[in-house]
Design a protein around this ligand. Structure first.
Ligand SMILES: *Cc1c(COP(=O)(O)O)cnc(C)c1O
Length: 365
């Protein structure tokens, strides 16, 4: 069978290996497997979320409230925007796909940093759009601007702030200055999947969605419940933008795209900011141990504003081999070989998980 031509160039997205797979492949008991591969919250989710899910289980025979007004109202309050500035997706991933479908095509390109969230490129290719990237792996605004000017016909620019899988983050002032130079027919997407981590570490990185969309009507801000809120399994994310962009995104949205239990879970998660704050505090406390470990073992790392850290190896080591050896010890991390980097990305875990990682890594090295 022949499929649409643009599919030929798409590489199927490979997420972090699930625990079930490692169990089967290596015969390791699930309680001895540590997954530090997908930037999930190592403390799980708030007990309030579990309660909310249980309390709503009896409603699953009914379609969800497609207006999603309760969650939108809670998010509108959090960000001081109108509910009409919000769209909810099955993960912010889905909102990315709406944006790409609305703005990119065979003639309108997608511009990103060289090494960033893989889904931007996959969605772009699905609609037959050309993806152009900077030469630098990390976000470099001068390079992004030069590409934007030189290549022309850019439909969307993705800024991942902070960036997955590398962890770096641009300053808010520089980002605003950059966006002010972008034509208002090009959508600039600010992916804030890890913004709460970055803002907690350094206020200069903090991007306020309200200020962003009010200053620049051609921007879309993205947030997710999958990382700091610990709801990766529920698939809830959101987009914040002005009226014009919202109208376009809603044309792409399938009905009932987020389940009732997911909506309730996200709403409950917003009510327990203490849980999120503690997770972020643990994250940066533990991150120091990773930095110390890297220095001690003479491994390069990228300063991270997220819940993961990226280690980069020299020629004497091979990231895929290291990932494989760790896997045999029941530790799942992300090999960055497929991004053209000899490095690994490790999600910061609980103190116990991190200790086990350091022990395993010592022997591997
Ligand atoms: C995790 C992540 C997302 C979205 O995750 P969802 O689970 O789809 O909400 C978006 N962007 C980046 C950079 C991420 O790391």
């Amino acid at each position: 069978m022949r499929f649409n031509r643009q599919l030929a160039s798409i590489k199927v997205y490979e997420g972090g290996k699930p625990i079930e797979l490692v169990m089967r492949e290596y015969g390791i008991a699930p309680e001895n497997i540590i997954k530090l591969a997908s930037n999930e919250n190592p403390f799980g989710t708030s007990p309030k979320v579990i309660e909310a899910i249980k309390a709503n289980v009896h409603t699953v025979h009914m379609y969800p409230d497609d207006s999603m007004i309760d969650l939108k109202t809670a998010l509108a309050k959090k960000f001081d925007v109108e509910t009409s500035n919000l769209i909810i997706g099955a993960g912010s991933d889905q909102v990315i796909s709406f944006a790409v479908s609305a703005k990119a095509n065979k003639h309108k390109k997608v511009l990103t940093a060289r090494t960033t969230f893989a889904m931007y490129e996959i969605y772009a290719r699905q609609v037959g759009a050309k993806v152009i990237k900077t030469a630098s792996h990390q976000h470099n605004l001068d390079e992004l601007y030069a590409k934007y000017k030189k290549d022309g016909d850019v439909g969307i620019i993705f800024l991942c702030l902070p960036n997955n899988p590398l962890g770096e983050c641009l300053d808010k002032d520089d980002v605003f200055d950059f966006i002010s130079r972008i034509d208002d027919n090009t959508m600039v997407v600010v992916d804030g999947a890890y913004q709460d981590f970055a803002a907690a570490k350094d206020p200069r990185k903090k991007i306020d969605p309200k200020a962003l969309i009010e200053t620049f009507p051609h921007t879309l801000y993205l947030g997710t419940f999958s990382k700091s809120y610990g709801l990766g399994g529920m698939r809830v994310g959101y987009g914040i933008a002005g009226e014009e962009i919202m109208q376009a995104l809603y044309k792409m949205r399938p009905p009932f795209n987020v389940t009732t239990l997911s909506l309730k879970a996200a709403q409950a998660a917003l009510e327990d900011e203490t849980f999120v704050r503690k997770g972020i505090e643990n994250n940066f406390e533990e991150m120091k141990k990773y930095e110390a470990f890297a220095r001690k073992n003479k491994i390069d790392f990228i300063e991270s504003y997220t819940n993961f850290i990226t280690l980069l190896f020299g020629n004497d080591k091979n990231s895929s081999e290291i990932a494989q050896m760790l896997l045999k010890k029941g530790i799942i991390i992300r090999d960055l070989h497929s991004y053209g980097l000899n490095g690994i990305r490790i999600t910061i875990g609980t103190p116990e998980q991190n200790t086990k990682f350091f022990e395993a890594m010592e022997t591997v090295l």
